[in-house]
Design a protein around this ligand. Structure first.
Ligand code: NI
Length: 219
């Protein structure tokens, strides 16, 4: 797995799949509570970490990977990657990957570019798949748990990748309510890597992925 986490056995059958993803962390208090809540619900997620926030949270990130969550990178200083020289891109992304490798071991650590903005250079430099999203409840905006939950439940479809941020209490509350609501609707929460694998999508370097819906059936 990209995050170096344990393999998770999934009996997906006809289940609907969805990938919850969390950017901008880790933040010890909120990420801790989210991990506990996800464990209780046996839900997997993907975390795109900011490099400068890693120091001091290594134990939390190890636990994240061991629990089967996917770990990826979101640059070192949360910067717009399209404004970087090649050298600075390698520092922002490569340095964060190197930090993670130090204590998680070798991994791919897929990239989510801050603000979801990429260009041809970034695609060439990425050295891994680029993970964007298909559902964005803008959870950072008003931090209103009820509104965030409603925004996701209204728009979510099978194969979606949901963008959230694990640095806000309101987002943790919302995420756990979303897991409960969608689990009762037959959804299974998987990492982005699992989503792609289960949908037969081969991850390619420098390609942006937003969702993995079931292929349209011919009628
Ligand atoms: Ni971000």
């Amino acid at each position: 797995m990209a995050g170096g986490g344990a393999q998770v056995e999934l009996d997906t059958g006809p289940a609907k799949l969805v990938a919850l993803t969390f950017d901008d962390g880790p933040r010890r208090s909120t990420t801790r509570r989210l991990l506990d809540g996800l464990e209780l619900r046996e839900a997997n997620a993907t975390f795109f970490l900011v490099g400068e926030r890693i120091e001091g949270c290594e134990d939390l990130i190890e636990e994240m990977a061991e629990a089967g969550h996917q770990v990826g990178v979101h640059t070192f200083n949360h910067v717009l990657v399209t404004e970087l020289s090649r050298e600075d891109f390698d520092l922002q992304v490569g340095k964060t990957r190197a930090l993670l490798t130090d204590f998680l071991g070798e991994g791919e650590f897929w990239l989510r570019p801050p603000y979801g903005i990429v260009d041809d250079s970034v695609e060439r430099w990425a050295d891994g798949p680029l993970v964007l999203w298909s559902v964005d409840p803008e959870d950072w905006k008003d931090r209103d748990t009820d509104r965030i939950v409603a925004a996701v439940l209204e728009h979510v479809q099978d194969g979606d990748i949901i963008l959230m941020h694990d640095i806000y209490e309101s987002s943790v509350d919302a995420a756990l309510r979303i897991v409960d609501a969608l689990t009762s609707q037959g959804y299974v929460f998987v990492t982005v890597e699992q989503l792609m694998d289960l949908r037969g999508v081969e991850p390619e370097c420098g390609v942006c992925y937003r969702a993995c819906p079931l292929p349209e059936e011919e009628s």
